[in-house]
Design a protein around this ligand. Sequence first.
Ligand code: SAH
Ligand code: SF4
Ligand code: F3S
Length: 480
Amino acid sequence: MEHNLPQRGSAKPLGREEASPREKKVFVKTYGCQMNVYDSQRMADALAADGFRPADTIEEADLVLLNTCHIREKAAEKVYSELGRIRLLKEERAKRGQETVIGVAGCVAQAEGREILRRAPVVDLVIGPQTYHRLPAVVQRAKAGEKIVETEYAIEDKFEHLPAPERRVVKSRGVTAFLTVQEGCDKFCTFCVVPYTRGAEVSRSVAQIVAEAERLADAGVREVTLLGQNVNAWHGEGPDGSEWGLGRLLFRLAEIPGLDRLRYTTSHPRDMDDELIAAHRDLGKLMPYLHLPVQAGSDRILKAMNRKHTASDYLSLIERIRKARPDIALSGDFIVGFPGETDADFEDTMRLVREVTYAQAFSFKYSPRPGTPGAEMDAQVPDKVKDERLQRLQALLAEQSRAFAESLVGVEIDLLLEKPGREPGQLVGRSPWLQPVIVDANAGRIGDIVPVKVLRAGTNSLFAERKVMSIKDNAMGVRV
Ligand code: SAH
Ligand code: SF4
Ligand code: F3S
């Protein structure tokens, strides 16, 4: 029945007669963390419902969206150099009579808002992470010539309003997927912009998460990584009315047929509760890999960072986790050169790293971010000192991840085959510990989890051979 009520919920694709004569194309360029990768897909889904198809190259795009990161100065500045290139592109297209709408989304959009329009007048729209469901409407207005800054926190739940991707689209994205379960952060570490760019901590409901995971599994996804800036702080009301934590949620998701691997990132040491540790002990589908950033090994610096835990809290937590799941591999984030960090403080970080032993880690020079307490602190560390410390820390971390990879040589592991490798006849998958593994196998096996034996460790990946032939193979190793 016809009615005049404004349309709510997921936007329906426009009818053919309403669609523009030429197909509209969007190019989304993603910077920053996995949450931005997820958001870029959801933006593409929202725009697909409005008739936009993905562009193969930026040159052919009618709409260019930069999904940006504000975490360190370098990350934020990249956006402006990219916008410089895009300005030329827009001028070229205009000469050919083609209109181009340029949008900045993500954390730089949220942090800098209108300032972006001032620094880069080529930009038509600025949209913060909380309002992506409004993107199709915002793009329409930008096309009509309006300059738009949409960075208010929306009262409505954006996830309720973002359309689910079509099954075909999910399939085209592969056999692994991200699923954001939690956004924002209330921790206010003194170096970090996230509480300002992503707002207060919010958890999605169990029902929403389960429904999305079921849709992914139905489209052939075998591995889901739950995402959140503070993913292990996720909490929600379960169907029984009780409060669930992430551990309980993982047990529920493990019941979904077809979903064989579960991961989550990023966690804060303060929110690793007993139930989550028990999930690592009891849940075979939960991969034995945990990204648990500590940032620094000195209690004085941890306090100044407002991390709300000491080095020994962290070490005893690791001990509990390893007791529950002895084969767990640990990953972390480190910042060197936080204001006031002395040589002795830095040595504490080195000692902690030696004690924990990481399979993988990310380390950064402290970057003062406007508006955060760290940027105002005295005793900023000179860049040269930060460089030296970073080099030493990275050498140690590289040695540890190399040793971890070497320790797997000769070991039989389960490999989820994800995509074609560089050479014909090769596929690349991920080990339970997230390392890329290269193996000879035919493309028909993508999505299978196969036992392989690790032959050698390369610089960034492992090389393996298929172990036992599965029922799907004949004597020639060819799929029948
Ligand atoms: N939510 C995650 C981390 C988000 S940011 C957590 O709490 O662990 C990812 C990493 O970037 C952080 O763990 C930190 O190591 C690094 N980082 C954040 N702000 C930074 C800054 N101002 N300078 C350098 N590195 C920073
Ligand atoms: Fe940033 Fe700290 Fe929150 Fe992580 S926990 S997002 S580092 S404020
Ligand atoms: Fe960057 Fe925002 Fe993620 S600042 S790390 S894109 S939450």
